[in-house]
Ligand binder design. Structure first.
Ligand code: UDP
Length: 362
């Protein structure tokens, strides 16, 4: 029996681990004994609890309660909590997903305890070291034993760092496993009714990257550009906790933009699936819009997910507010590209991961 720790701490992690746990429960309960460790990085219902309920993720076996604080305080709290746990109750493999603080912190602790570290979504790079996530990716990948990758570009990145082929498993995208599993179960959110939304007649907006949201004046200019170029379509803006702070200083009253708290997964993707387009700086959302064939305007200068642009519906608009007008003009002219599905984004990625994990230890 393999002992596997599955680490999850922040919103996008929950969506990525759900199908991995389901695949273990379906095919490998006799072979893999897992425990789910919630680091506590995101801790409230809107950013954590609702995902466990909707995606039927089992209650975490352990919660390290390491929420809040600065990057360093959070990293330290997660490392201390996970090390204590491992000293008391050791494990064999540490599976980390994505690029959040919990990913990096637990990978370091596990590796120093001589465990194997496997990184789901390994190898992707924005090459922008002003993003905390890029540092998390680089550190995690530098000490991971196996990489479960989402794209050919990720494979090439890892190879260019000298990682041999047998440590790179191109499995596809577990976030898309979750999307395909749930696409028929999306739930109309209250705001849809309240604002009399109709299909293809509104925009969805999400922002949470420091470069866009940490400075009130920049955020205000971005929002003004979006509002004035949106041809009066309602803009639905579920606000990430990081963004809420700067948004307090921006007056959005009497405009065609409507804020709400972060939505649950099934509600949020109902909105996306029926939207005219999504404007975002998220990584995961560019993957979901690619699969749902919804135009996506990304307010970033780089992406670690270039396949969402080359195969998908995503365009990098950049962080310069002046680029928003021309991009929205292109959207409203009806000439936005249609997307195609990147290789292996087929809903079976988690099964491939679990098969490989087991093959390592047979
Ligand atoms: N999401 C959600 N509710 C929201 C906004 C996003 O459920 O109000 C989901 C979205 O469908 C995607 C994930 O959260 O699966 C993306 O997370 P986020 O944008 O926070 O992180 P990133 O992907 O940029 O790391």
């Amino acid at each position: 029996m393999i002992k596997l720790d599955i680490i999850a701490g922040a919103r996008p992690n929950f969506i990525k681990i759900a199908p991995i746990i389901a695949a273990i429960q379906k095919n490998a309960v006799q072979k893999i004994q897992y425990r789910l460790i919630h680091t506590g990085q995101h801790y409230d219902k809107k950013m954590s609890g609702s995902f466990f309920e909707e995606l039927r993720i089992p209650e975490p076996d352990i919660n390290l309660g390491a929420g809040g604080g600065t990057q360093a305080e959070q990293t330290a709290a997660i490392m201390i909590g996970y090390e204590r746990l491992l000293l008391d109750r050791p494990s064999d493999i540490c599976l980390v997903v994505g690029d959040v603080t919990s990913t990096m912190a637990c990978a370091i602790v596990a590796k120093k305890m001589h465990m194997r570290v496997v990184h789901v979504e390994g190898g992707i790079r924005s090459f922008d070291l002003t993003m905390p996530e890029e540092i998390n990716r680089m550190v995690t990948d530098s000490i991971s034993d196996y990489f479960y990758t989402t794209s050919e570009v990720a494979n090439q990145n890892l190879k260019s760092y000298g990682i041999p082929d047998d440590r790179i498993q191109f499995v596809g995208n577990t976030m898309i496993d979750t999307l395909l599993e749930n696409i028929s179960k999306f739930v109309k959110p209250d705001i849809y009714q309240k604002k009399n939304l109709t299909p293809q007649n509104y925009l969805v907006l999400t922002l949470h990257r420091p470069a866009n949201v940490d400075q009130e004046t920049h955020l205000k200019i971005l929002l003004e550009e979006i509002i004035s170029n949106s041809e009066n379509l309602p803009i639905i803006f579920p606000v990430h906790p990081r963004t809420a702070k700067s948004l307090k200083a921006v007056n959005l009253a009497n405009q065609n933009i409507y804020t709400c708290e972060p939505l649950s997964y099934l509600e949020f993707n109902y909105l996306v699936k029926n939207a005219k387009a999504v404007i975002t700086d998220s990584g995961g959302i560019t993957e979901e819009t690619t699969i749902m064939n919804i135009p996506c305007l990304t307010l970033r200068n780089t992406t670690e997910r270039p396949e969402t642009v080359s195969f998908g519906t995503n365009e990098l608009i950049g962080t310069n507010p002046g680029n928003i007008g021309p991009a929205l003009k292109k959207l409203f002219s009806g000439t936005w590209k249609r997307g195609s599905v990147p290789p292996l984004w087929d809903g079976k990625s988690a099964e491939r991961i679990v098969d490989h994990l087991y093959s390592l230890y047979k």
